[in-house]
Design a protein around this ligand. Sequence first.
Ligand code: HEC
Length: 86
Amino acid sequence: MEIQNDGRGGLSKALLLALSALPLTAAAAAPDFSKDVQPLLRRHCFQCHGEAARMGGLDLRSPAKILIGGAKGPAVRKGSATESLL
Ligand code: HEC
């Protein structure tokens, strides 16, 4: 896409700058495990992957245990959501 010099260039530039800053803003507000992630896992997963049971050998109660993973290996591969089982 070309930015044309038709008087709206300033606005387009400002918009582009704002958009390009978005991912940085998101990265700065990284999710917190105990606040943002654990409640979800507790609600949906702990009954089978917690204290009572470790189906598939998997315990999801802590980041360390998630990285160890279960029978098929680490549940999360750092830096790659697509390669992560979870
Ligand atoms: C009702 C029980 C149940 C619930 C609830 C459940 N799981 Fe599982 N999960 C299993 C079973 C059983 C296996 C093993 C399946 C297999 O080996 O084919 C498994 C396997 C897995 C595995 C692969 C583990 C490995 O290394 O073999 C992952 C990752 C996983 N579950 C994630 C989750 C997540 C995340 C949640 C919550 C969103 C969740 N599970 C909720 C029963 C459950």
